[in-house]
Design a protein around this ligand. Sequence first.
Ligand code: AMP
Ligand code: ZN
Length: 113
Amino acid sequence: MKCIFCDIVAGKMPARTVYEDDQVVAFHDINPQAPTHVLIVPRAHIPRLQDAAEEQATLIGRLLLAANRVAERLGLDRSGYRVVINNGPDALQTVYHLHLHLLGGRRMSWPPG
Ligand code: AMP
Ligand code: ZN
């Protein structure tokens, strides 16, 4: 099964990587919705949140810690930023490889659309 984010993780597709460790990769979104828009993905192919196994609890936590690292690296830790997971059809998930969106550099609105 073809997966764009698996290809990026494997280095088969180019991406502007901003952070990586043994379990997580973060790269700039190709179609940014804010001045800073970074995607944070697990190296493991987990399609949706409900596909995460109990043993992957640490990995799920590592995604949030990676968001923290990315925000520091890109100078968003003081101004703030939003972290979003679009999970499933109603949330308009388009790539079925679990990812966090980190959005920052502008004032957000609430509620989200
Ligand atoms: P979602 O709609 O939550 O599944 O988010 C998928 C995101 O992946 C969208 O914001 C796309 O712009 C982004 N995207 C799709 N293909 C690529 C790619 N090759 N490199 C970087 N971002 C991508
Ligand atoms: Zn994948």
